[in-house]
Design a protein around this ligand. Sequence first.
Ligand code: AHR
Length: 708
Amino acid sequence: MRKSNIKALIAVVAFAGVPATQTAFSQSNQQVGHVINIGRGKYGGNPVDFVDGTTADVRLYSTALPAAIVETLARGEVKNLALQTPGSSVPVQLQIDASRPGPRVSPMLYGLMTEEINYSYDGGLYGELIRNRVFKDDAASPVHWSVVQEGGGTGSISLDSAQPLNKELPISLKLTVAATGTQRVGVANDGFWGIPIRPNTRYQATFYAKAGDGFTGPLDVAIESRDGSKVYAHGRTRKITGDWKQFAVTLQTGPGPEAQDSRFVISAAGHGTVWLDLVSLFPPTYHRRANGNRIDLMQKLADMKPAFLRLPGGNYLEGDTIATRFDWKQTLGPLTKRPGHPGPWQYRSSDGMGLAEFLVWCEDLHMEPVLAVYAGYSLQGEYVKPGAALQPFVQDALDEIEYVTGETTTHWGAQRAKDGHPAPYPLHYVEIGNEDQFDRSGSYDGRFTQFFDAIKAKYPTLQLIATAATPGRTPDVLDEHFYRTARAMARDAHHYDNYDRHGPKIFVGEWASQDVDRPWVQPELKGPTPTLNSALGDAAWMTGMERNSDIVVLEAYAPLLVNVNPGGRQWAVNLIGYDALNSYGSPSYYAQVMFAAHHGDTVIPATLTGGVDLYESVTRDTKSGALYVKLVNTAASSRSVHITLSGIRTVQPTGTAVTLSGSGPKDTNTITTPNKIVPVTSKLTGMGKSFDYPLAPYSVTILQLHVR
Ligand code: AHR
């Protein structure tokens, strides 16, 4: 989204009481001319998305609000939800009534949203270690490459369009070499903020090379310290010829310590010219996949037990222009056939993480794809008129669905098999576009209708997700996004309690508590990952989604990943941080892990009284008999909760408590202190149909009881 176009004019907010009215999702939001967007209210039945201020919702209440809250809000002190609430001495009661089981918890509730932002794929999850491997990142110079000249050898490097590898990769790197004896001349790549050196590890280097001006090689290939003084691993190619050929070299590190102050070097002695293209270096990958993913990040994602991957979501799907959208057909096949494309977040995508890789990622983590198809609108305002002009894009979406689900007898199913995966993937949800309320042309209704009709005609059982109001067709699911302060998130934890149950289901496709203003402005000065305060807002918000999971069928935090190096982020607050070597989960990450690990299949009604700044969700796993009591205490003081259970025969005296807490709301994890805020598991004894439980200040707690 381009928030600069959005103006917040008025904000009338209340954080207590019961909403007096709710605007049904019914009409279109044309957003032509001057539109008054007020917070994240419903404009014409359509979510307005968030605005620049801390205000996140507009509501009218039938009951008066406590004066203290109104005053605090008037002063604008809405940033730190913990500061609002010194706690209360009113006894807190949680009455759980299992005799009236509530709705089913959507088995797909907890998932992942992904896009190329913050070096999420290149320089992140995607295993490739060479930056600018096809020399397209900058048209003027071979950025991230430098010439190596040692011992008196001389050489030069430059981009060369006269020696293309093929039409997709038309630029090569030209290296001239003049070196004799022990002299060395070569090219060095600085990786994505370094090359991760792990002990006793095997790396696979591959590249295309051709020689000229009498040069025949061989080429030396090494991973070394940035100043070249230390060689971590080394190998050599066979002779180089005058034709493009691919070379592969295995590089094995020894037992030394880990490092990331390092570079990758291809060098030579002799005289002549060498051209290089598609220079690649892979470490071991998750499940040993070729062209695969980074192991530590995949493990962190696996620990979230995600049910789905929204692929790819966000602005990355749309692109700045139609030409730079995520054009899935350009991301298939061998890497030599992938031209890559400029992304909307100020850097190019190699498209090494293409549609086929997204799907393998799903399979590796036992997730289902939620397939986001480009719907004819791009961020700078270009759009395709519904009708004949849109038809090729609709056909692209049908082809994409066939690629994911088709038998190998179909054209695109056969292509998937050729790409290494004969078996179709499961698919139930397809999302049409992203944040189309920003399309000021008012074309979304027509565009959605055309996609909807075509997809339903061929795939009637697919659930189709709209991203804005669509009066022409009723979507199966509506994608709503929330980026707000922790306080606003927590106070709106009842958002879906009285929601219209007759309209579309809800996909909360992007959301996060972010105690920063405008996370896309100077993100390098904020974040990169949330504090405990945000995690409390997140957890409170998650209790609301879980309790209302009959309507909220899917949810995903965003953004998911961030490279924490300087220049690595375009968004301030993100779930999981990493550099070349290490990664860590934020407190919000651990809140997600905790919720997904204690999922349950049925919502159990519960009444919380006396619990200002407390939030709850109770679910049950009907097969195992586990009862999960999730409690969030956003206050600075400990609270004792008296818990009573009815509608069950027995409660086992022992259970488990998992708690996430810290000494203050600003506590957080970082790349150097990754484990400051992590869940702690303890044993419970003395459980029964009635017991007291002390909630720590600033805490998320999940009690696991065994009931019959
Ligand atoms: O998550 C960051 C961005 O926020 C997404 O790309 C976009 O969909 C949303 O506005």
